[in-house]
Design a protein around this ligand. Sequence first.
Ligand code: UDP
Length: 259
Amino acid sequence: MQRRRLVYEGKAKILYEGPEPGTLIQHFKDDATAFDATKKATVEGKGVLNNRISEYIMVQLNNVGIPTHFIRRLNMREQLVREVEIIPLEVVVRNVAAGSIAKRLGLEEGTPLPRSIVEFYYKNDKLHDPMVSEEHITAFGWAAPQDIDDMMGLALRTNDFLSGLFLGVGIRLVDFKVEFGRVWENDLMRIILADEISPDGCRLWDIETGRKLDKDVFRRDLGNLADAYAEVARRLGIVQETPPGDAKGPVLVSDNTQT
Ligand code: UDP
């Protein structure tokens, strides 16, 4: 029996109706997908780690004045968020060439870019999320020129903040993807960060060794994905160090809620 009304089920998350109007519950699954969901697996613990990592990042972003949909974490796999009208774009910020830009422009992976670059992709699985320009975005009415300016500004501020945060724990932020949504306060519309920020949508490389600590571990079969995400969480201080010989895996810090 379904306890709550399901609003939307995606590849890695489920949205349920929230306890109050204008809120949703965002539930993180253990499912991992890549290459337009042609590669699929269940990675035990991924949802719990992404819930915690995304919470940590969204709280910090809110603290520095970057508005997000995050309200509070509810339990190990769920967080309460503001309901937004999602803008159907994936906004990617890149600092270093990797993935699709390396292929598209013939750049060697790992080449630093001349400056941070913001790209827009139209969210449409059937079309494989094609890259679009501001011309397409405004012509098809997905966002207005002012909305694009707001998204670029917020994306670049997020990039600066996250680059520093990860640099401090020995991780290079190569690129990441964010999504934005609209909220209305009286007659005023505001654009805020939505969705999640976790290793599922970032490229994170260890500065010393180049070890990948993101979804490329799954895409390219480089090892255990949850181990890589747990390493990110451990460095950020979200999970405690695992004592040597302890086979139980990472321990969540100060978690006083239930599963
Ligand atoms: N990304 C994402 N969802 C997508 C496509 C990309 O989260 O549907 C993230 C991806 O993890 C990477 C960044 O956006 O951190 C840039 O991805 P890229 O365009 O290089 O695509 P990919 O290599 O995933 O094809």
